[in-house]
Design a binder for this molecule. Structure first.
Ligand code: PRT
Ligand code: ZN
Length: 283
């Protein structure tokens, strides 16, 4: 079978998480910082390390079968690729912001104003959809300093913590798009068996990340109340303990409401709660 190629970011915000995800999928490879390509020793796959801006086109043109890149880059490059899987990291939003002392606070007020950005395509479509014409100034970086330099009235840039906007005296007021890292494939790559195998491995890693394995002890008289707090689970395993009326319950709990669920379980009589990370969940 033909060896697949997957393109990931060489260095930057998505590199570490992309490498970690592929390693958690059981793929063995060297993460050489200096090389462009790294073979996987236990799967017919090669990893290409590229600038993130180049990944969508490599995938569209079939030079790489797969790629991991931010949705913002895919939208900006307007490539035709298949979205295969959201990956849950690299989350950010593209926002419009103005200096704190500026009175602009609605998108309509941007009509006739200048906006500096590295995302002219996405911003252009967003404004057009609202019938607003602004002077979009495309710059290649450090967008946040442009109002201070008198280069533009507003900016449109990616925001994650909001710290960069704050430290540059800017306030965000409109969300243009939200983004996260996604797995993309060349058109038609979905039907390749190796691509399917890789997607399944990725999904099993993502599912495991969303859940924790929990073992708790409870007196039989409280067992019903404890099980009622575990809705996602059809039938948790219940193991009798050596001591009289106590049992151990083994179950999984979603990460997102973990602490609420644990305190409810304690109130219902659960004790000795042990929580463990899950490596993979294969359905
Ligand atoms: O060298 P290469 O071209 O590969 O990398 P790059 O410098 O173009 O991209 P990089 O590594 O900065 O970002 C890669 C991807 O990470 C982006 O395309 C997004 O999908 C995603 N991402 C997530 C972010 C951010 N969060 C982010 N905060 N990309 C950039 N930023 C920048 C933003 O532009 C601003 O300068 O971080 C600053 C704001 O951060 P906060 O935390 O202060 O709000
Ligand atoms: Zn880039």
């Amino acid at each position: 079978m033909k060896t697949l190629k997957i393109a990931i970011q060489k260095s930057g915000r998505l590199n570490e998480k992309s490498v970690e995800l592929l390693k958690n999928c059981g793929l063995n490879f060297e993460n050489y910082k200096s090389s462009l390509i790294s073979p996987v020793s236990n799967f017919p796959l090669e990893i290409l390390f590229l600038r993130d801006d180049d990944i969508p086109e490599y995938v569209q043109d079939g030079i790489a079968d797969l790629g991991i890149v931010g949705e913002n880059v895919i939208e900006e490059t307007e490539v035709k690729v298949s979205y295969l899987q959201r990956l849950g990291f690299g989350k950010c939003s593209l926002k419009i912001a103005v200096p704190n002392n500026n009175s602009i606070e609605s998108v309509a007020q941007l009509h006739g104003k200048s906006i500096a950005t590295t995302y002219p395509v996405i911003l252009g479509k967003y404004l057009k959809a609202q019938g607003i014409t602004s002077d979009i100034r495309t710059i290649s970086g450090s967008v946040e300093i442009s109002p201070g330099l008198g280069l533009s009235d507003a900016i449109c840039d990616l925001v994650s913590t909001g710290g960069t906007l704050k430290s540059n005296g800017l306030k965000p007021f409109a969300d243009v798009m939200s983004s996260e890292a996604v797995l993309i494939g060349s058109k038609g790559s979905e039907s390749n068996d190796l691509v399917q195998e890789l997607i399944q491995r990725i999904q099993s890693v993502l599912r495991a990340k969303e859940t924790k394995y929990v073992v708790l002890n409870v007196e039989r008289k409280n067992l019903k109340a404890v099980i009622a707090l575990l809705p996602g689970v059809k039938s948790p395993s219940v193991v009798p303990l050596a001591e009289g009326d106590w049992v151990a319950v083994h179950t999984v709990i979603p990460e997102r409401d973990f602490w609420d669920r644990i305190s409810q379980l304690k109130q219902a009589g659960a004790q000795g709660i042990v929580v463990m990370p899950i490596e993979k969940i294969i359905l």
